[in-house]
Ligand binder design. Structure first.
Ligand SMILES: Nc1ncnc2c1ncn2[C@@H]1O[C@H](COP(=O)(O)OP(=O)(O)O)[C@@H](O)[C@H]1O
Ligand SMILES: O=C(OP(=O)(O)O)[C@H](O)COP(=O)(O)O
Length: 402
């Protein structure tokens, strides 16, 4: 087991990892439930007179969501109700100056950790602990706190490096989510277990399918993942188009084609795939096409269609447990929210055990008034939630336990 912030003495200088990785729309960082949850941990720490330097990441190098954390500091400040100073350096001179000035009750947010050379380097946890990043920051603090449950599955420097050399504690989000999500894995269900999988991160989703094939009776697929599975079946969908979500299809396909084919071969009979999909018409309206009519179509499809929703709903209604990860369409746009809303609404109306995971996906429940009280748990994590469900160890937890 690991220690939590309940085990901390008061008035400590804390280096804390959080995960406020968020969607970025036209350069604007979108608020989400991660900010709210981490703000609660920060407020709790400030009440105990700690001084807090935050580390976080945003996006991945090369993607257009890979931006600085300036806007994140403002959003966090709003939720905490106190100033959160953005520092445009992770462990350079500017960072060290700001850390020097840190006093009890202060909060600063250091620059995107993925902008350092070390964060994403292929190193062992021990080697991460020896990097300049860790060796520079560690002596400046009394303790390290990890509250970033949703990034707990990544063995990166800010996650596994610091616990090698510092007293380390789990934050409130980390300990709450850990307890809840691992217990889901251990639960025994008598009836049908259904997993609704979508979104953009095909690799995480497919890995979960491979691990959970014994435990899950039915998989309902949508989003980019659904398109890629239908591409494997020979349909003309799931390839990048000039108007489409740049690079998401072809890169995902290249990385996952072999596994997708294996998964379909092994238990394709338990996988439901979209029979129709929706795109934007000439006047911005929703147009739905049957899968068999797509040949040669250059359109980017942004939702599952109405016939697919009708096929998926009965599976949900007869399930004892429904685990959701990833949106079935671009739910942020009303016209392409039908799939995600339709299936989540069915889950909400059914008396099943239900968990919705994914920082973006879980946001749709509040966005469309589906009622948070209709779900057993809304996780702010996606990949980490899936890993926990499969019973796989999380790098952050292993590091904290050490
Ligand atoms: N057909 C699609 N084309 C482009 N994006 C999609 C499609 N279907 C779903 N998405 C996007 O998937 C995102 C949610 O899934 P994902 O990226 O896996 O994140 P999370 O795990 O945080 O929920 C949503 O923001 C949604 O817009
Ligand atoms: O948003 C995240 O993952 P998630 O969408 O699987 O919850 C985490 O911040 C991890 O980000 P990454 O998948 O770029 O390592």
């Amino acid at each position: 087991m690991f220690e939590t912030i309940d085990d901390l003495d008061d008035q400590q200088r804390l280096l804390m990892r959080i995960d406020v990785n968020a969607p970025v729309d036209d350069g604007e960082v979108q608020d989400n439930r991660r900010f709210v949850r981490h703000a609660e941990t920060i407020s709790e720490l400030l009440a105990d007179d700690h001084a807090v330097a935050l580390m976080a990441h945003q996006g991945r190098p090369g993607r257009d969501t890979f931006v600085t954390l300036e806007q994140h500091a403002d959003i966090l400040a709003e939720h905490v109700g106190e100033s959160v100073e953005y520092v445009p350096s992770t462990y350079g001179e500017e960072a060290l100056d700001a850390i020097d000035d840190l006093e009890s009750g202060d909060v600063i947010l250091l620059e995107n950790v993925r902008m350092t050379d070390e964060e994403l380097a292929d190193l062992t946890p021990e080697e991460h602990g020896e990097t300049e990043f860790v060796q520079t920051l560690a002596p400046e603090f009394d303790a390290y706190v990890n509250d970033g449950y949703s990034v707990a599955h990544r063995a990166h420097t800010s996650i596994v490096g610091f616990p090698q050399v510092m007293d380390s504690y789990a934050g409130r989000v980390m300990s709450d989510e850990y307890e809840y999500n691992t217990s889901v894995e251990r639960r025994e269900f008598d009836g049908k277990v259904t997993m609704v999988l979508g979104g953009t991160k095909a690799e995480d989703v497919i890995a979960a399918m491979e691990h959970l094939d014994e435990k899950v009776d039915q998989f309902l697929l949508g989003g980019i993942v659904g398109h890629l599975f239908q591409r494997a079946n020979g349909y003309d969908i799931g390839t990048d188009t000039p108007e489409g979500p740049g690079g998401l299809y072809d890169d995902n396909w290249e990385a996952n084609e072999e596994t997708i084919r294996e998964v379909i071969d092994e238990y394709g009979d338990r996988i439901s795939l979209p029979v129709d999909v929706a795109r934007e018409g000439e006047d911005g309206e929703r147009v739905t096409d049957r899968m068999e009519n797509l040949q040669g179509s250059p359109d980017a499809y942004m939702d599952i269609g109405e016939a697919t929703i009708d096929e998926y709903r009965p599976h949900v209604e007869e399930s004892e447990a429904v685990l959701v990860k990833g949106a079935l369409g671009v739910f942020e746009m009303e016209a392409f929210s039908y799939g995600t809303r339709g299936v989540l609404q069915a889950v909400a109306e059914t008396d099943c055990f239900s968990v919705v995971g994914g920082g973006d996906t879980s946001r749709s429940v509040e966005m469309y008034d589906i009622g948070t009280e209709n779900f057993n748990h809304l996780s702010i994590a996606g990949g980490a939630y899936l890993k926990a469900l499969t019973g796989e160890p999380l790098a952050a937890i292993e590091a904290l336990e050490k």
